[in-house]
Ligand binder design. Structure first.
Ligand SMILES: NC(=O)c1ccc[n+]([C@@H]2O[C@H](COP(=O)([O-])OP(=O)(O)OC[C@H]3O[C@@H](n4cnc5c(N)ncnc54)[C@H](O)[C@@H]3O)[C@@H](O)[C@H]2O)c1
Length: 248
């Protein structure tokens, strides 16, 4: 039990990578709050995970929603040790000039502003309680960008770099901040990245990954488990590529 006695909140925890992380954290002894804009799906996920999980509806792009959700988590658990900023979206794979201004704003609000809003809501609590752990889900998109995803790639580059900057600024408060950079993974978001989910597109994406397969929620959960556990006490400011060698 590598997270025994810990409490964690995981945004976008109703499906995909976030759900994999939530299941694994509970298996390793944590109590977990599944925050998601899809409240019904979050409730379903929490129910399936069991009585160590609660569901909290939250739009991570809105300050009042984040504040309310964090207050709910603190009321339920009494304290918070780990924040996983996982919720993220992308515009469909398309030429960069075809992405609308509204879509651009939404991608940056969900993928980048959310990290700022969550920090405002949780860092004071971590400071008061002697520390904490923040894990941001960045992307290989922010290290080795693919065409057709320019604005998404930029948002993930920001998430990767913000993680490092937060790490140096918050280290004196014993708050560790790391990021995971997943390669294309088996989640509902994959079709958006590929433009269309066809065997040819999948083969094309796979061909760029030396390890020879797409990533899975369990791959991300395994990396998240290490980075959020006390075993990683000396690890802060890292952007861990979980990518089968894609970024080399
Ligand atoms: N799947 C991939 O190939 C891949 C690769 C690299 C990085 N990532 C990143 O991993 C993270 C998880 O992606 P995924 O593939 O599991 O996606 P997903 O679409 O399967 O799941 C994302 C979850 O986030 C929730 N969500 C969306 N907007 C939200 C908001 N405003 N507030 C709260 N919740 C919201 C959704 O309801 C959903 O449950 C994202 O940050 C994504 O950018 C994914």
């Amino acid at each position: 039990m590598r997270l025994k006695g810990k409490t964690a909140l995981i945004t976008g925890g109703a499906q995909g990578f976030g759900l994999g992380i939530a299941e694994t954290f509970v298996r390793e002894g944590a109590r977990v709050a599944v925050l998601d804009i899809n409240g019904d799906k979050a409730a379903e996920a929490a129910k399936a995970i069991g009585d160590k999980a609660i569901a909290v509806p939250c739009d991570v792009a809105k300050g009042d929603s984040v504040d309310k959700a964090v207050a709910q988590v603190l009321a339920a658990f009494g304290r918070l040790d780990i924040v996983v900023n996982n919720a993220g979206i992308s515009h469909r794979n398309q030429p960069m000039l075809d992405v609308s201004e509204e879509e651009f704003d939404r991608v940056f609000a969900v993928n980048v502003k959310s990290i700022y809003l969550m920090a405002k809501a949780t860092v004071p609590h971590f400071r008061e309680h002697g520390g904490g752990v923040i894990l941001n889900i960045g992307s290989t998109a922010g290290i080795r960008p693919r065409p057709g995803l320019t604005w998404y790639n930029g948002s993930k580059g920001a998430a990767n770099l913000i993680s490092k900057s937060m790490a140096v600024e918050l280290a004196p408060d014993r708050i560790r901040v790391n990021a995971i950079a997943p390669v294309a993974g088996e989640t509902p978001l994959l079709a958006t990245f590929m433009g269309e989910d066809t065997p040819e597109k999948r083969a094309q994406f796979k061909a760029t990954i030396p390890w020879g397969r797409l990533s899975t929620p369990q791959d991300m959960a395994n990396a998240a488990l290490f980075l959020c556990s006390d075993e990683a006490e000396m690890v802060t400011g890292s952007v861990l590529a979980v990518d089968g060698g894609r970024c080399i």
